[in-house]
Design a protein around this ligand. Sequence first.
Ligand SMILES: *Cc1c(COP(=O)(O)O)cnc(C)c1O
Length: 427
Amino acid sequence: MDQSYRPDTACIHSGYTPKSGEPQVLPIVQSTTFYYDNAEEMGRLFNLEDDGYFYTRISNPTIDAVEKKIAALEGGVGCVATSSGMSAIFIAVLNICKAGDHIVSSSAIYGGAFNLFNKTMRDMGIDVTFVAPDAAEAELEAAMQPNTRVVYCETLANPALVVTDLELYAKVAHAHGVPLIVDNTFPTPINCRPFQFGADVVVHSTTKYMDGHAVQIGGAIVDSGRFDWTNGNFPMLTEPDASYHGMVYTERFGKAAYIVKARVHLMRDLGCQAAPENAFLLNLGLETLALRMERHCANAQKVAEFLEKDSRISWVNYPGLASSPYYQLAQKYMPHGSCGVISFGVKGGRAAAAKFMESLKLASMVIHVADLRTSVLHPASTTHRQLTDAQLLDAGISADMIRMSVGIENIEDILADIRQALEKVKA
Ligand SMILES: *Cc1c(COP(=O)(O)O)cnc(C)c1O
């Protein structure tokens, strides 16, 4: 694989290069297991002494190709594909945190990730402090504890559309000898590559733009290979692992210690692997990612500008609008565009929002976001309904907020649909 490809070329060519006589298109290797004709060879694979496939829970050629493509897109040393974005987040954190440890996280994150940290991981003995997404350096510093092992945020938060100051978060994390883990689902590596701004690990829900067609649930963890795990804070990477005859990850795998451990320890024990067929579908989506992101962003910019001028709309939040409090940060971290998701309020509050949503014809009401069809959602009554009003506000969500995921249809059809739905609200 050629690491020098530009992102739009990497989308198509990275990860899989057929040899003479092999399929031109990435094949689905629908096999749980792999044949070897001697026990010695298989034993070396089990001991992690050789590279090779033996069981799909650990690795599989179809999944491997997609992992290599995503690693190339993010500029990382390795990637593990998982069964969902949620399992990617869980494994990324659990790989370096145990009971008694602590996470500092931006409060403006995906609702599922918030619940994972706030309830499930607390119950496991891993504590969390949430900080305001725009926290100043002193506030971030104050949240750090001696047992903090991860700082976590989203590049572009779903659904609050907050752009996080990655360099600031990375600076504070690194000053305390801990990595910054960034969820880069919304901008995708086409619009932002967090490793360039100090992030150490990137996670994705590949269910969203990377897939782009809403056909599979998946996740990915990418390792920059740049964090120094030998600073004393991460014994799970620097002390012998008894389940591999006392092997030490940092000694055996160097820069790839973190991502190898995620695979051979946590994927082995938790089994959240992607299905080969889903990896195949994800790869198809990735092939057109660069092209689709361009169109999503262009369409969303036009919808945002249209809504901002309409008197029936109370507010519009899109980082591509000069009026957005995140415009400057977006220009810095994602200068070629952010994503296709916009949020806004319809005057008249909850009832008007409901009427508007019901009146849309082209745009469909679904839980999903970030695929090629324009869709709408009311977060307060769906994705974020477990959150209290105070937690909603911390996550940057108001009761009247409509989230519109602008698709790649013709912009005139999208705008016509919004216009006719707004007419119904007025009536
Ligand atoms: C959807 C989403 C997730 C969760 O991913 P699933 O694939 O649904 O498990 C995590 N983070 C962000 C930013 C998301 O949008």
